[in-house]
Design a binder for this molecule. Structure first.
Ligand SMILES: Cc1cc2nc3c(=O)[nH]c(=O)nc-3n(C[C@H](O)[C@H](O)[C@H](O)COP(=O)(O)OP(=O)(O)OC[C@H]3O[C@@H](n4cnc5c(N)ncnc54)[C@H](O)[C@@H]3O)c2cc1C
Length: 507
């Protein structure tokens, strides 16, 4: 219903016209799909989401076993404002539905030489800690993070908040600000080279190299531009959502419900239907569901290969190297490790070789970097009293040729030996429950090609331009959202992709 009002000599008369409500279908209830559903519902669309799983969230879901609750996928929460904004669109107060705390300490980094660096989110505290542990010049770290902040505000704004494939993005005054913040080291040379020029300490170079893994990339190949990523975590802050990461999915799904979005679970979409270059809808088991707009939150590779059966376009997607995947062990531990934090990294000794193995040889590294996330440190009820819920993750190649029956016990043993060595413990005896997720499990549950966590990697200076756009040039009314398309993977970027795509769709 649309109202046109005219004011004349103090009197207002309105004529109400019945205008049909437009319909949008979203394929997949990942975080990008749910956020897009909220934005389109707030615009007045009737939105229906078709999800193949029985639950929402995609990678952002939860695993419960033997009294332990584990976040299944994402564990690091940054840029909560992307979520806060969604409640604002619906005219709601986010505080009534979602809660998070800001962390003083983002990560504990453990090195094989016995050093431990606590990465504080206060820049002075971080500079002091790093100076104490590695003798690195305090100015160097402050300068690095200040440059990261400037790059994020200029280049980051253009690359992450607007469609890169539209001319209007490039003819806007904000481009000047972005160019001013551009440094040669961002384009020429790898992130590792940029970090090597910025710091003397090998521990600090390794620490800042790790940020390439935030979008599943190789720091020895990915451009220095990725040096802006630490600004998100160390500059803007690291947060913990009350109830764990699953509370993000739950809060947004409930918000979508309140806006009238209709979710259909256990409904796998088989095809996207179009006619004469215009979207018609989707089909499930030969039933067509018509719609004015279709937004696919399914991995763009599979959207082309399975739903559009377009071999040429799906091959083109693969020209951009896949991001890394992961192998995750969810362990119930019958002990508390007091010196460990929410986020803990146990670094590989030969970091460069680890990435050679992952990206060049497409195999697991024998001494992997191990990430341990323990949410029960922040939230009671996620593990039994005196126990901890360990989410233990190693990077793995996006590769379907690995024999996981053989690889899984081998990498498990390597992790246990490393943890025993670095924590001086006997971990095997402390594990009382276990669940495992391999890249092939990630592919199966979320239809992410080869189980890659972040769609495509940023292993080239031009990756941002090679990542698929949020619309389709051949089919009017077909759009894409989520980690496999622009601006990329990770919760903040998936939420930004929902914003970009809904801004492209007319009201
Ligand atoms: C182990 C792991 C750790 C991670 N760590 C972090 C982290 O710490 N911080 C962070 O920000 N990010 C992290 N990420 C990345 C982050 O989880 C993803 O980028 C993000 O959740 C992807 O969301 P998405 O919207 O692209 O959809 P996805 O989560 O990929 O969901 C897509 C949805 O579409 C559904 N679907 C697919 N095909 C169909 C079909 N044909 N019909 C119907 N439904 C379909 C799937 O079932 C799924 O529910 C991690 C990911 C993993 C797996």
């Amino acid at each position: 219903m649309v109202s046109h009002c005219i004011s004349n000599a103090g009197a207002t008369s309105c004529k109400t016209e019945m205008k049909p409500v437009k319909k949008a279908i979203i394929i997949g209830a990942g975080i990008g799909g749910i956020a897009t559903s909220i934005r389109l519902a707030a615009k007045g669309y009737h939105v229906e989401v078709f999800e193949k799983n029985a639950f929402p969230g995609g990678k952002l879901h939860v695993i419960e076993k033997d009294g332990f609750t584990f976040d299944a996928g994402p564990s690091l929460f940054t840029e909560p404002e992307n979520i806060v904004e969604l409640f604002g669109l619906a005219g709601e107060k986010w505080e009534d539905h979602f809660s998070f705390t800001s962390l003083d300490l983002s990560f504990n980094y453990y090195y094989e030489n016995g050093k431990v660096i606590r990465a504080f989110t206060n820049i002075d505290a971080l500079a002091n800690e790093v100076h104490e542990q590695t003798s690195e010049n305090k100015i160097a770290i402050k300068k690095y993070l200040n440059n990261a902040a400037k790059a994020y505000a200029g280049l980051g704004d253009v690359f992450l908040n607007y469609p890169l494939h539209k001319w209007r993005t490039w003819f806007h005054p904000r481009i000047l600000k972005a160019i001013k913040g551009l440094r040669l080291g961002y384009l020429i040379g790898s992130l590792h080279e940029y970090n090597r020029k910025s710091f003397k300490s090998p521990e600090l170079i390794q620490l800042f190299n790790r940020f390439a893994t935030y979008n599943g990339s190789n720091p020895y190949v990915a451009p220095g531009m990725l040096s802006m990523i630490p600004h998100l975590e160390l500059g803007q802050g690291t947060f913990f959502p009350k109830g764990g990461m699953i509370s993000i999915t739950n809060a947004l799904k409930n918000l979508a419900d309140r806006l009238g979005v209709v979710f259909h679970f256990n409904q796998e979409v088989d095809a996207i239907v179009s006619k004469e270059g215009k979207i018609k809808g989707i089909s499930i088991k030969e039933t067509i569901h018509e719609s004015d707009v279709v937004v696919s939150n399914m991995d763009v590779y599979y959207t082309y290969s399975k739903l559009l059966r377009d071999a040429k376009k799906s091959d083109k997607v693969l020209k951009n190297e896949r991001s890394s995947s992961a192998c995750i062990f969810y362990w119930g531990i019958k002990k508390g490790f007091d010196h460990m934090h929410l986020h803990n990294i146990f670094f590989a000794q030969d970091y460069e070789q680890e990435f050679q193995d992952l990206f060049k040889h497409k195999q697991l590294h024998a001494d992997p970097t191990v990430y341990v996330n323990i949410t029960s440190k922040f939230e009671s009820g996620l593990s039994p009293e005196g126990h901890e819920n360990w989410f233990v993750m190693v990077n793995a190649p996006a590769n379907d040729q690995l024999d996981w029956n053989a690889a899984q016990p081998m990498i498990r043993q390597a992790i246990i030996e490393k943890m025993n060595r670095m924590l001086k413990t006997d971990l095997e005896k402390l594990i009382i429950t276990e669940h495992v997720m391999t890249p092939m499990d990630i592919q199966k549950t979320t239809s992410s090609y080869l189980g890659s966590l972040y769609g495509s990697s940023s292993n080239s200076t031009w990756s941002a331009f090679l990542r698929h756009a949020n619309d389709n040039s051949d089919i009017k009314g077909l759009y894409f959202t989520g980690g496999s398309v622009h601006p990329g993977g990770g919760i903040p970027l998936c939420l930004k992709s929902a914003k970009i795509v809904s801004n492209m769709i007319s009201p």
